[in-house]
Design a protein around this ligand. Sequence first.
Ligand code: SF4
Length: 340
Amino acid sequence: MPSNLAQLANDDELTADMLAQYAYCPRRFHLMYVQGRWADNVYTEQGRNVHRRVDQLDHVLPDPAGPDRQEEAPPDHAGDDPPEIVRSVPLASAELGLTAKLDLVSAADDEAVPVETKRGRAPRNEQRSYEPERVQLMAQGLLLREHGYRCDHGVLYFAGSRTRVNVPFVPELEARTRELIDQARLASKSHTMPPPLDDSPKCPGCSLAGICLPDETRTLTRPEQPMAQPDVRRLFPVRDDALPLYIQEQGAVVDSAVITAINTGMVNAASFQRSRAACILTDTGRKAFIRAYEARLDKLVTHPVFGYRCSWRSIVRLQARMLARWLTGDLPEYEGMTTR
Ligand code: SF4
């Protein structure tokens, strides 16, 4: 989990990582930094592993004015000094309201080049990189400039393909980065969740897709919303201005597990112990019923609104999240889940 998840609750400062998340998707930024939500997937795990090595080393940048460096140079030295490599460099700018911990900086005299390590292979697009990565690197370049360095390009290093990609800090990239810094700061103060990206290739790889529910949200916010099933039980909310609330079909999980347990003989008369006062499950009977209940939760069904197959276990989580979305106003209506 990113260590800066709750940072915006305390101050106005953005990190370059947060800026990259905003450039990737404003809704993801909102979920992470306004709501404090997080979930890992294989990509976030890989990214953390790639950064673990550089994070273990802690250095500071040399003085860009360079007097110490000149004193250290051998008197008969001819030619350029080799660049100095420093890692895990923390920088901050009050003017930009921005902080960053730079993976690696190559510095020679007053010139510095930030190097940001990324998991995976370099993309095969024209710029061999994606905008969030370039914006994050440009933000690091702005911080280096504010600390007195000349900085006209950065490098993205893709660990999966061992590829170095030069990113020139052209005026368009700088303007875009400054624009996104302003937008991200505004977004960090808003409690309205931005809409999901529209059919974006980013969503399948996004670790927060299961929380964001992009497809489900789009389905339910389209003008032609699906109507609730007429035989669904209705609960009426206490607020007059609220919509009726539909709940899960009664008996879909627990009752079904009981019937299956009895029909298959998993639970039978020997599973109970009787006394004058009660009839209760034995330990063996209780374990058999829990097995039947777990099997029911793992059973796949087709969701009647979204049309995909998923387990009852996933559906319970999905419906709870959609109910929360409806309560917070992100969805116009709550659609209950029924099997008929
Ligand atoms: S699933 Fe898509 S819309 Fe939702 S947060 Fe991730 S990238 Fe954004």
